[in-house]
Design a binder for this molecule. Sequence first.
Ligand code: MN
Length: 386
Amino acid sequence: MKYTLKLAIAALLLGFAGALYAETNDMKTNETESKNLTAAERSIVEISALTAKGDLEKLKTALSVGLEAGLTVNEIKEILVQMYAYAGFPRSLNGINTFRTVLDERKAKGIKDKEGKAATPVRGGDKYERGRKTLEKLTGQPQVKPAPGFGEFAPRIDSFLKEHLFADIFDSKVLNHRQREIATISALAAMDGVAPQLGSHISIGMNTGLTESQLNDLFIVIENSVGKNAADIGRGVLNNILNGSTVMKDTGDKTDNTIFGKGEKAPQQNFTGTVYVQPMTARDANNNFSIGNVTFEPGARSNWHTHPAGQTLLVVDGIGLYQEKGKPIRKLVRGDVVVCDKDIEHWHGASPQSQMTHISIANFKDGQNVVWLGPVTDEEYKAEVK
Ligand code: MN
């Protein structure tokens, strides 16, 4: 009888989320179950969010609901272990102790919970490399060692991230990548001040197969368990990603140095070194120009080139260089604006020691906005900066 009561409570709680979902989606009457998160996945959302937030009262109920929804003891244990990488040991340990209490109480009531497959961590081999490859698979982006930016500055945290989180924890096999990303997104959604990481993990979650409708479902659960404010922040981050205005693909759990995202590696034939381009707007009926966010790693630069209708550069980060043929090299810092006249042969790039990010606004003439010429030689690049 008690078991039936628990089931009824679980059904009620799940039904509540379901009813809210139905309310916001009543136009889509043919929604199939697979378009939404499953009951077990919704429980992963609740358990992760409440653990990260430290709301142990609600967590107690969520843990029981999760077991009733079909999560095994070991699966929940694994979610709570993963939480320490995102919310710290105190939150993770409080979650684990709460789970022990819940299991003891259920056992005392004669409920037999399913243990499930236990964690079997992979041992040996190059752990960093395993973690790096896992992150590459998750993000769909090349990951270099050390991670640019934070990893160069603090190599130890880069090692911990790759070796521990993405190798030790992710290799346990108890949860799949999709379940782990549901857990991570939910934990981040419950925490303040981690919107960039939330954006990264929403993108990764989509790489693991999460759909827009499932992510909306996730934020309904967040709204019910954590609150409307947290859910709305998450929805805003999701919408930005869906609109393509804030694509944060390059993760490694770091913040990109630009609010527009780093984008894809630029074609090697037009540049020396590593350059990333994030397209921002394409030429359209109103605007006869395209805008892109360009990031040059230290030492990287464009080839010599001209713009048939000119170009404007807005420097947003780092230290860069700009040179028009026959003139001295000009040093660029954040806030500098460069107006390059049409058909002027020139190049731009990072300084040897620092990366540089600029927004490029390039006008079109006869369907063309750049004419590429030869590379900038090391001698030309290292000429004295005036
Ligand atoms: Mn140019």
